[in-house]
Write a protein that binds this ligand. Structure first.
Ligand code: GTP
Ligand code: MG
Length: 195
C-alpha cells in the first residue's frame, strides 16, 4: 500500500470501550520491548508516530493507527514486563483478550518474537491464545540486524519449534534498523485486507 496519511486515532485504556472501527484491522502482539511500536513506525515510514522506548512497558494502551482512512494497525500492550504488578498484568491480559474477542474486523494477528531468543512461556501462551480465538498468528522475528547472518536459519527454527508452529505458518524476519522484511509484511497485509 502507498502510505498517504497516518494518524493515531484511538487510544484505549483498561476500562475503555473498544471501538467498532468498521475498517480492516491488523494487530501486533508481543512481549514488552520486542519492537512492536518500532515495527509499526517502520511499516508506516514514520520515525516516532508510535512511541518507542528502551524501557519496557512503554505501550500500556491499545493504540489504533489509521492508515489512509482504509485500515488500522493496532499496537497491543506488551506482556511479560517483570516490574509490572501481577494485578496490572492480569488487567492487560484481559484487555488483549477482550480485543481479540470483540473486534469485528480483525483480519490477522502478528506475534512478534525477538529473533535472538527462544520463545518464552508467555510467548507460547500468547500464541495459543491467538489460535484459540480463531486466528492463525503470523510470526515476525524482530531485531534481525542484531543477529549474525549465519545464525538466522538456526534461530528461526528454534522459534518454530519453541512455539510448535502449525505447518504452513508464516515467520518473517524483520529489522527496524534496515527495514528488511517490510515489503513482505506489507504484501501480506495488502492480501489480508484486500487493499
Ligand atoms: P512496549 O511498548 O514496551 O511493549 O515495547 P515495544 O514492543 O513497542 O518495543 P519498542 O518498539 O518500543 O522497541 C524497544 C526497543 O528495541 C527500542 O529501544 C527500539 O529502538 C529497539 N528496537 C526495536 N526494533 C529493533 C530492531 O529491529 N533492531 C534494533 N537494533 N533495535 C530495535
Ligand atoms: Mg510499544
Amino acid at each position: 500500500m502507498v502510505i498517504k496519511n497516518v494518524s493515531l486515532d484511538i487510544v484505549c485504556g483498561i476500562t475503555s470501550k473498544l471501538p467498532d472501527t468498521g475498517r480492516p484491522e491488523i494487530a501486533f502482539a508481543g512481549k514488552s520491548n520486542v519492537g512492536k511500536s518500532s515495527l509499526i513506525n517502520g511499516l508506516l515510514n514514520r520515525k516516532a508516530l508510535a512511541r518507542t522506548s528502551s524501557q519496557p512497558g512503554k505501550t500500556q494502551t491499545i493504540n489504533f493507527y489509521n492508515v489512509n482512512d482504509f485500515m488500522y494497525l493496532v499496537d497491543l500492550p506488551g506482556y511479560g514486563y517483570a516490574k509490572v504488578p501481577e494485578t496490572e498484568k492480569a488487567k492487560w491480559g484481559k484487555m488483549i483478550e477482550r480485543y481479540l474477542h470483540t473486534s469485528q474486523t480483525l483480519k490477522a494477528v502478528f506475534l512478534l518474537i525477538d529473533i535472538r531468543h527462544d520463545p518464552s512461556a508467555n510467548d507460547k501462551l500468547m500464541y495459543d491464545w491467538i489460535v484459540n480465538n480463531g486466528y492463525n498468528p503470523i510470526i515476525i522475528a524482530t531485531k534481525l540486524d542484531k543477529l549474525k547472518r549465519s545464525q538466522v536459519q538456526k534461530n528461526i527454527k528454534a522459534i518454530k519449534d519453541g512455539l510448535k508452529l502449525r505447518p504452513g505458518s508464516k515467520i518473517i524476519p524483520f529489522s527496524a534498523e534496515t527495514k528488511q522484511g517490510k515489503d513482505e509484511i506489507w504484501a501480506l497485509m495488502d492480501e489480508l485486507t484486500g487493499a
